[in-house]
Design a protein around this ligand. Structure first.
Ligand code: PXG
Length: 459
């Protein structure tokens, strides 16, 4: 690979051959991609040599930051010793076995088994297969339906996108697949402002009970949710929400699946988001932070209730991937998780850097453009509004979030825009000084956005 081409040459070759995910191919080809050439700690550099603060940890995954020598060495050593072997046909490799053992130790006690995949989407495909297999083995094959939520993100494979609640995704390719139902999300700012947050948490959870009654509990297999919706806009549910969801699942005997692809491995200030919200899932999907994104890996933690049936009853589970338990990915995950544990990064998010981010976000909440500021561990959301006092939102056609995002890029900050919700999920290794640097950049970009909107007649 050469890094000596000019930006223009990279963009031309990219436009000629490379189809990017979730992209309008035609307009990107006309505009040209941003080409990132290197990274260190929490910073990226593009092909023009511009330094950028990566407030999104790559794509919610580089939890330990870029350039961690232990992860690089673990990958190199494993590539030299055994770059690949599979886990089919009664075989295993030492890194996959050791990682399974370590995950059993780090996850809540009901999890003693893991099924590996290559990504979060594949993990959720495994969830669908495994949940239905579980009920089949119990002689209840009619328990098929998995309930999820609007605006959830569970991946982009056929099952992942079906479980997800993104209407734009359902509109392409005939989704959702059969046997998936959706309820509304616990998004207080959009749906709950007539009630207190805590009351709304209960209301939103009871939408699950209503859906179960509509379908018939004897047909429902599982409920799946992200502890905090990530791609949907860092929507932090009221504290009353998850315990009520747990109560409803227990009452109807329904499996509870926590999609920890974003919330896992320290993001919320606990090892797993379900621990932050006090729920006890039967399955947990993970990916991203398990390797800090250095190499692809995902999987599903399988709780005792399901393991007892899958293992206890015997019979082959006809499912798996070439890269299930890839030894290089597992070796990197081991190095990554040991680093997170040794450096106390999870506790640091819980006790120090997470509360500090919350403190600084409370200041951003005072900005005239900001209608709501929320954080959870090292995730943050700023809801941009037209009228702060009334909490009214902008006309979506104005694409105010995209206006703000453009100012962020121009100012050397990567922040995501989900509609008019500006979100961050920075690396867990952020220092307080780096949080200050990020918050000052965000404040500057909010000012620039406000100035541009004012020039366009905002107020
Ligand atoms: N579950 C959750 C909760 C996720 O956030 C997936 C599953 C799928 O994982 P894979 O590894 O198959 O991508 C995700 C992925 C965004 C964005 O724009 C978020 C994700 C992926 C791509 C973009 O915020 N999350």
């Amino acid at each position: 690979m050469t890094t000596t081409r000019t930006t223009q040459a990279w963009q031309a070759a990219d436009a000629a051959h490379y189809l990017h995910p979730f992209t309008d191919f035609k307009s990107l080809a006309a505009k040209g991609s941003r080409v990132i050439v290197k990274a260190d700690n929490i910073y990226l550099w593009d092909s023009d040599g511009k330094k950028i603060l990566d407030a999104m940890s790559g794509l919610w995954c580089v939890n330990v930051g870029y350039g961690q020598r232990e992860l690089i060495d673990a990958a190199t050593r494993q590539l030299e010793t055994l770059p690949f072997y599979n886990s089919f046909f009664q075989t295993a490799t030492p890194p996959a076995i050791e990682l399974a053992e370590l995950l059993a130790e780090l996850t809540p006690p009901q999890f003693q088994h893991v099924f590996f995949s290559g990504s979060g989407s594949e993990g959720n495909d495994t969830v669908v297969r495994m949940v239905r297999r579980y009920w089949d083995l119990l002689g209840r094959p009619e328990r098929q339906v998995i309930i999820s939520r609007n605006n959830a993100y569970h991946g982009s494979t056929m099952a992942g996108a079906s479980l997800g609640g993104m209407s734009g995704m359902h509109a392409q390719g005939g989704l959702p697949i059969p046997g998936i139902a959706h309820i509304e999300q616990p998004f207080w700012f959009e749906l709950g402002r007539g009630e207190s947050r805590d009351e709304f948490g209960l209301t939103a959870a009871r939408w699950l009970e209503a859906k179960i009654q509509e379908i018939g509990a004897d047909k429902v297999a599982a409920f799946i949710g992200e502890p905090v919706q990530g791609a949907g806009g860092v929507i932090v549910p009221p504290d009353t929400y998850w315990p009520e969801i747990q109560r409803i699942c227990d009452r109807h005997g329904i499996l509870l699946v926590s999609d920890e692809v974003i919330c896992g491995f320290g993001r919320t200030g606990r090892w797993f988001g379900c621990e932050r919200f006090g729920v006890r899932p039967d399955l947990m999907t993970f990916a991203k932070g398990v390797t800090s994104g250095y190499v692809p890996l995902g999987g599903v933690m399988v709780g005792q209730r399901i393991a007892d049936v899958l293992i206890g009853q015997g019979g082959e589970f006809n499912h798996g991937y070439t890269y299930s338990g890839h030894p290089v990915a597992c070796a990197v995950a081991l190095a990554n998780l040991k680093l997170i544990r040794r450096e106390g990064l999870v506790e640091r998010v819980r006790d120090d850097i997470g509360p500090y981010l919350a403190e600084r976000y409370a200041e951003l909440a005072r900005h005239p453009l900001v209608g709501e500021a929320q954080t959870c561990g090292l995730m943050g959301a700023l809801q941009l509004v037209k009228d702060k006092a009334a909490g009214t939102t902008f006309d979506p056609a104005l694409e105010v979030g995209m206006v703000c995002r453009a100012h962020c890029f121009a100012s050397g900050l990567i922040m995501r825009a989900v509609g008019d919700r500006m979100i961050v999920a920075p690396p867990l290794v952020m220092t307080r000084a780096q949080i200050d640097e990020m918050v000052e950049l965000i404040a500057k970009c909010l000012d620039l956005t406000a100035a541009e909107l004012t020039a366009r007649g905002w107020r």
